[in-house]
Design a binder for this molecule. Structure first.
Ligand code: PMP
Length: 434
């Protein structure tokens, strides 16, 4: 049955399928960190639905919340009508928001994916400002629909000015650190103030506080504060895309809390639905330029997702899982730094909370005089991913060259599980290198 399912799905589904290519498994059961395949093998899942499963698979509080709605006889589909379930979700979500946004927040339910909420956010700031251009960053990932795709580096219509996202390891200015980030900020400032740049009056700026798909690149707090100042001074709404960084993942409930900035708009999805599809935009009330019907969508009222999401949000908050992610993530990062010291092919280890990346490089390809880090090693990364799978560990690849091994474990990860994950990863790396 196992082989048949794999074969039939490969023949029937589009070649666009990605995860399935690298992970030839047929999950039939899952709990917490563990997935069980149809062949009876068990895997530690550090892909977590691409960062969706804050509480891991089938957490009891999530299942209970879903069952409660099912047993209550409540309607499962109600478009955007008010319901007790929606009321609970919104109240719980607003409770977690940065206070200065929560005080005057509006919410727009979008549906049902992160990219839909990105679209809604871009449309909202364009409506509210009457302007059209969007500022986005190199290496960004915001989704796969047209506007979101443009903001991620595509070219389908929305005019997007692409600005340098600061990073230490492959700093666009070859400097890294505070000075590299400051140069990136000044680049942005100059572009906005240059009448010839074509973007003196953009509708908004969208950024990820930690780039996820881009290769786990945490933005420096100072740079984020500069982006906040630069946009505020020019009345440009700042959109924080917290689709992947939200709900405790980076060690604070929302990743913008590290820098203390308050965005004007937040795009939220993945973990807020407690493993079911849910996406929202939250924004300051004075940006609420939409009239009735200005933004619509049939599947904006998923009651099961709202119930699962509310249960997840309150569980993360009450059990201080963001703090747990910060402590455990820092410890794991420290241990992974040991691997970087041991293997020249581990070019960089970085992350924030339980959003961790190992950038694999090819030191042999480095010309002795060339500045900067060695070239990316995507094949080695794919080998490591394969070796991980052989050892019962699911990891994700990311980064511009797919050379970054990514760990996105659930926030409920225990110390023992963290050790098991790191042991298997170390073994896999050893096997891939030799
Ligand atoms: N924004 C970010 C930061 C993401 O990581 C993703 C998905 N990886 C998206 C938007 C798009 O979300 P979805 O895949 O649900 O459309």
């Amino acid at each position: 049955a196992f082989e048949g399912i794999l074969r039939r799905q490969s023949a029937r589904e589009s070649a666009a399928r990605t995860y399935a290519r690298a992970l030839p498994i047929v999950p039939v059961r899952a709990r917490g960190l563990t997935i069980e395949g149809a062949d009876g093998r068990r895997y530690l899942d550090c892909l977590s639905g691409a960062g969706t499963l804050a509480l891991g698979h089938n957490h009891p509080v999530v299942l209970e919340a879903i069952r409660k709605v099912l047993d209550s006889g409540a309607p499962l589909h109600v478009l955007d009508l008010a319901t007790p379930v929606k009321d609970t979700f919104t109240t719980e979500l607003f409770r977690t928001l940065p206070p200065r946004l929560a005080d005057r927040a509006r919410i727009q339910f979008c549906g049902p994916a992160g990219t839909d909420a990105v679209e809604a956010a871009l449309k909202l700031v364009r409506t509210a400002t009457g302007r059209s251009d969007v500022l986005a960053f190199t290496g960004a990932y915001h989704g796969m629909t047209a506007g979101a795709l443009d903001a991620s580096g595509g070219a389908t219509g929305v005019r997007v000015a692409r600005l340098p996202y600061p990073q230490d390891y492959r700093c666009p200015f070859g400097i890294g650190g505070t000075r590299g980030a400051e140069l990136a900020a000044r680049w942005t400032e100059n572009l906005l103030d240059d009448p010839k740049s074509g973007v003196p009056g953009p509708a908004g700026m969208i950024l990820e506080p930690v780039q996820g798909e881009g290769g786990v690149i945490p933005a420096p707090d100072d740079w984020l504060r500069r982006m906040r100042e630069i946009t505020a001074a020019r009345s440009i709404p700042l959109i924080a895309d917290e689709v992947q960084t939200g709900v405790g993942r980076t060690g604070t409930f929302w990743a913008v809390e590290h820098s203390g900035i308050t965005p004007d708009v937040m795009v939220l999805s993945k973990a807020i639905g407690g493993s079911l599809p849910l996406a929202v935009v939250v924004y300051r009330d004075d940006l609420d330029a939409w009239g009735p019907g200005a933004h619509a969508g049939t599947f904006r009222g998923n009651q099961l997702a709202m119930a699962a999401g509310a249960a997840t949000l309150s569980y993360v908050r009450e059990n201080r899982l963001a703090e747990r992610a910060a402590v455990l993530g820092a410890r794991m990062l420290g241990q992974l730094q040991g691997l970087a010291a041991e293997y020249a092919c581990v070019g960089d280890v970085r992350g924030r909370g339980l959003m961790i990346g190992l950038e694999l490089v090819d030191p042999a390809a480095e010309a002795p005089t060339s500045p900067g880090p060695p070239p990316a090693a995507p094949e080695l990364a794919a080998d490591v991913q394969r070796e991980c799978l052989r050892r019962g560990l699911i990891v994700e690849l990311g980064g511009r060259h797919s050379s970054v091994v990514r760990l996105l474990p659930p926030l409920t990860l225990t110390d023992e599980q963290a050790s098991a994950v790191l042991d298997r990863l170390a073994d896999a790396l050893a096997a891939a290198v030799h």
